[in-house]
Design a protein around this ligand. Structure first.
Ligand code: HEC
Length: 178
């Protein structure tokens, strides 16, 4: 799959066309849908979504058959603010983000805010990293996530420094730099 993406000449062509024309091309119609998904797949690899949100094989590689179904290692949030399992991002309705619209995913990636108003820990690097993604790149990632086969998998609950991370996050929201 990656090889196929690498072969696409579109990036150079789009760069020459300029941002507005590139966006029109990326989202211009059904003929471009596969390009958007390929770009989303590529971005999900190189920005690290796949690496964190996928279980690992014994050799350290990601389990390709369970892509983005939730990580099996906790990620530490800066400043001893707890450890978090990267959740299931496949469109499973119960254990994944199947009920999220693409715009909800874009908002979570770029602002760290979920549809229910929760602010994600910076164990997920949205602040100062993904907040720089262009809207069209974030939308391509969202479209790709929506295209994945749903996989049923709940990741374990996060843990905070002294109490469950979810309530810790809520209480300290806005009071401390994340
Ligand atoms: C360094 C590891 C890491 C990387 C890289 C990462 N994430 Fe996350 N992500 C997390 C963790 C940990 C959480 C849980 C944070 C929390 O619960 O506060 C999370 C939460 C999320 C959520 C919220 C899901 C839910 O059910 O609440 C979404 C959506 C998400 N990440 C999408 C992405 C996308 C898209 C990318 C790539 C652009 C990405 N993540 C890259 C670690 C990561």
């Amino acid at each position: 799959m990656l090889r196929k993406i690498d072969e696409k000449p579109n990036v150079r062509v789009l760069a020459k066309l300029g941002a507005a024309a590139a966006t029109a091309l990326l989202f211009g119609g059904p003929a471009q849908a596969s390009d958007v998904l390929a770009r989303g797949a590529y971005l999900a690899r190189i920005t690290g979504c796949v690496g964190c949100h996928t279980p690992r094989a014994p050799d350290g590689g990601v389990v390709e058959g369970r892509l983005l179904s939730g990580g099996d290692h906790t990620i530490a949030a800066a400043g001893n603010r707890g450890r978090f399992y990267p959740p299931n991002l496949t469109p499973d309705m119960e254990t994944g983000i199947g009920s999220w619209q693409p715009r909800d995913i874009v908002k979570a990636i770029k602002t760290g805010t979920t549809p229910d108003g929760r602010v994600l820990s910076t164990a997920m690097p949205w602040r100062s990293q993904y907040d720089r993604l262009t809207d069209s790149d974030a939308m391509a990632i969202a479209a790709y996530l929506k295209s994945l086969p749903p996989i049923r998998n709940s990741v374990p609950l996060a843990s905070g420094p002294s109490k469950p991370a979810a309530s810790f996050e809520k209480q300290s929201q806005g009071k401390t730099a994340r």
